[in-house]
Ligand binder design. Sequence first.
Ligand SMILES: Cc1ncc(COP(=O)(O)O)c(C=O)c1O
Length: 464
Amino acid sequence: MTIHAKEEILAHFDDDVHGSVFLPQPLPKYRFPRKETSSDSAYQLVHDELLLDGNSRQNLATFCQTWTEPEIERLMAECMGKNLVDRDEYPQTSELESRCVHMLGDLWNAPREERPLGCSTTGSSEAAMLGALAMKTRWRRSRERKGKPATKPNLICGLVHSCWPMFARFFDVELRRIPCEGRRLHMSPEEVIKRCDENTIGVVTTLGATYTLKYEPVNDVAEALDDLEEEHGLNIPIHVDAASGGFVAPFLDPSLSWDFCIPRVRSINASGHKFGLAPLGCGWIVWRNAEDLPEELIFEVKYLGSSMRHFALNFSRPAGQVVAQYYNFVRLGRDGYTRIAKGCAEVAAWLADELKKLDIFELIHDGRGGIPGCVWTLKRGQDAAFSAYDLSNQLRLKGWQVPAYPLAPNRSDLVVLRAVTRLGVSRDLAGLLLDDIRRAVRQLEKNPTQKSLTRASAGGFNHS
Ligand SMILES: Cc1ncc(COP(=O)(O)O)c(C=O)c1O
């Protein structure tokens, strides 16, 4: 072996381990790199950098899936090269998406004779925007038919997820938000009716509010809108933002009236990647019937082969999430989803009861009759030594992400903490969290610091 060949071989050895020639060099950061890096070194360095991220399993702020079966990982890898939008090239994937829409129509009690329709999206935010765009277009059409101006649309909602104000700003719609008032933390039928007029494109009710995990009273709001129509002729549709509740209520509260069993509910969105148990990047929207999705919003795309109908905010999208969603539906069925949702709710109820026993917290949501999880605040007087933000920050030291946030705008005095007990947050993990909450409280009571009035991390907590 020549010396030259020996060096070449050694360099290869070095490449395989942390002693690689690349290691002493920092990764390129803000300028497009000129030189190559070997694939294994680049992988190792990027992988190592990600060690600084939080641990997703301890992130109790998120509603999104952080645990998957290995079969889902296999399907995701098999679909890596598939573009969902290319229906001509991947007709079977398209077929699976269509089956999921039918199954969701069935799960959400859409009358078959009304021929519900829908599609997958990247998440509930996109799905909410599609639903709201359909309501806006339908309202505009109706105004034009009556020869009336259609320049000042408004949308009524409670304490909604930020995707709704985003829709309102992007698409020029006035958002009439119903603020919390005293002990009322959600919309009430009376508050909805007060805000309705001929320019109202719809009412958004949330099944599983992001801030409180509770269900808004869809049926009561629908009845109030029925009365309004009878008295004043205003026919205002309801869109249900069931981002989390769409995959919880049918299994935990099957007798709850919130879905297409209410004729006024014209569209529903849900996140497949939350309690739908699909990997991140999967949402759904279903309309009650074709009239609810104006034809003018659907684009005919011809250049991928055959003619394809398309309604989405994005064009190309990974197919794996939809395939994984179909896998979940087939794998779990109603029985499996019910078993999992019940398990998550039991963990939430247990955690809530334990938090109550500490006698320093007031429970806003105790995991019963809403999304599995707990929302709580410090009892009045208890917040003398430390704030909810302090507790949240203290838990962060042990890797837990338990967000603290105010119920703005009217109840910004009420700062709550929230832990979502999704699949993977076992009773055991919840017990470890509880131990750390007890320890953190003792620590904060012993060493009262200057109270934090805001959260500590600049990036903020993830509310999705
Ligand atoms: C009620 C509600 N709507 C919409 C969203 C946005 O969902 P996604 O993150 O799937 O876009 C969330 C996220 O938490 C939510 O809780």
